[in-house]
Design a protein around this ligand. Structure first.
Ligand code: PGA
Length: 249
């Protein structure tokens, strides 16, 4: 049995005042909660790890550089993320692939840097609406998996998040059949490359418009081990019911 995991991606939301949300989340977790990782903006990493100290909530960053240090104005390294007490980092989110031209090779290099710093990489992949309409979803997924995951992937150092781009922030979600198809395909592709021991241990998250009212049915899918949640992770009122749905599966 793979331990369930819910990761909250706050994106560019949150100031010091939002630390109060972490306190209420920590006190409002369901019994037997799944693994919970909150990824606030980098300005809050140190304070977020302090605020959740002693609770089961873990903290992650939303990106990191491939290098440990250097002349990269505005960037943060995996070493710095780990220094804040964070344990995870989201990599290759479609918003970064799109806005900053991040390639699969960039994502793989960042994942290697994350591993070297002792972080778990939450590696995002997913097709666009055009890919879906063209019937090339599984080809795109295969290519992203091949390019974004370095050799040396394990169930401890990596989590894979399938996020159809057209479902992110839109309120649209794929049908359960579509989620089953892609998650089964990801598991099989990982098994081919890394062997079944590794592939059986890797957690696969679904992401894109996960809300309290659709979480339970998504979590029933066999190869869905949790979710990467954007908008609904910002307040415990939305996030806790999703955690409850996950711990009930
Ligand atoms: P959403 O975002 O839950 O707001 O759709 C998910 C994500 O971008 O990770």
């Amino acid at each position: 049995m793979r331990p369930k995991i819910a990761a909250g991606n706050w994106k560019m939301n949150g100031t010091a005042a939002s630390l109060a949300e972490l306190h209420s989340l920590a006190t409002g977790l369901p019994e037997n909660p799944p693994q919970v990782v909150i990824c606030p903006p980098s300005t809050l990493l140190f304070r977020a790890t302090d605020a959740t100290h002693g609770s089961p909530i873990q903290i992650g960053a939303q990106d990191c550089h491939t290098e440990g240090a250097g002349a990269y104005t505005g960037d943060i390294s995996a070493t710095m993320v780990a220094d804040s007490g964070a344990t995870h980092v989201i990599l290759g989110h479609s918003e970064r692939r799109d806005a900053y031209g991040e390639t699969d090779a960039d994502v793989a290099a960042k994942a290697q840097a994350a591993w070297d710093a002792g972080l778990t990489a939450i590696i995002c992949i997913g097709e666009s609406e055009a890919d879906r309409s063209a019937g090339t979803t599984l080809d795109v997924i295969a290519q992203q998996l091949a390019g974004s995951l370095p050799d040396g992937c394990t169930g401890e150092n990596t989590v894979v998040a399938y996020e159809p781009i057209w479902a992110i922030g839109t309120g649209k979600i794929p049908t359960l059949e579509q989620i089953v198809e892609v998650h089964d395909f990801i598991r099989a592709t990982l098994a081919e490359r890394f062997g079944t021991d590794v592939s059986d241990a890797l957690r696969l998250l679904y992401g894109g418009s996960v809300k309290p009212d659709n979480a339970a049915e998504i979590f029933k899918v066999d190869n869905v081990d949790g979710a990467l949640i954007g908008g609904a992770s910002l307040t415990p009122a939305d996030f806790v019911p999703i955690l409850q749905a996950l711990s009930a599966t």
